[in-house]
Design a binder for this molecule. Sequence first.
Ligand SMILES: O=C(O)c1ccccc1N[C@@H]1O[C@H](COP(=O)(O)O)[C@@H](O)[C@H]1O
Length: 212
Amino acid sequence: MRVKICGLTTPEGVMAAANAGAAYVGFVFFEKSPRNLTIEAARALAVEVPLGVAKVGLFVNSDDAFLDAILAAVPLDMLQLHGSESPERVAELRARHGLPVMKAIGVRVADDLEAVDAYATVADQLLIDAKPAPGADLPGGNGLAFDWTLLQGRRWPVPWMLAGGLTPDNVARACNLTGARQVDVSSGVESAPGVKDADLIAAFTRAAATVG
Ligand SMILES: O=C(O)c1ccccc1N[C@@H]1O[C@H](COP(=O)(O)O)[C@@H](O)[C@H]1O
């Protein structure tokens, strides 16, 4: 089981994630998020991440200038695209930056899964998240789960991660229901929006590790 702890904002949070065995740490570059980082803050965190833990940058419909500025300063290992980027834009960014790209797709009903196939041919990984409520400020990071049974029997040709409303209490059940072998969490390991809790991070990775 591989765990991504997203929305880290402090060195303590980064170390809590690494010590708990996270395979990925996520840094958010989206102004509306309570987890948004400046370039300087992100760089200071990224250089402290232990070797072997992948540093993922989360972007929402970012333009080239913004991505260029971040990537010139912050040593990221993967791009997470969490907006309405088209399959063509995913392919373009993957080629332009030479980094693996993980495309997030929001799901509320079975029909939402139709979009996944188009991205499976251009992205290195897929992230299946809950679709936010209409008018929500954030396209993710809302602590909102979806009906996990929608994923039963689904297979894609690239690795995928499950996200959306995961917590230490529900992550094992979510994985057992969906077959997920990678999970991403933000709100579920926080004591308040944007404030990561080391005990919840450890509890989350422990719970994920119980999945057979
Ligand atoms: O974490 C954020 O602030 C965020 C902002 C904009 C888009 C996505 C964001 N987070 C991602 O959302 C999912 C689910 O998060 P949660 O566990 O339900 O809070 C996850 O993939 C985060 O990486």
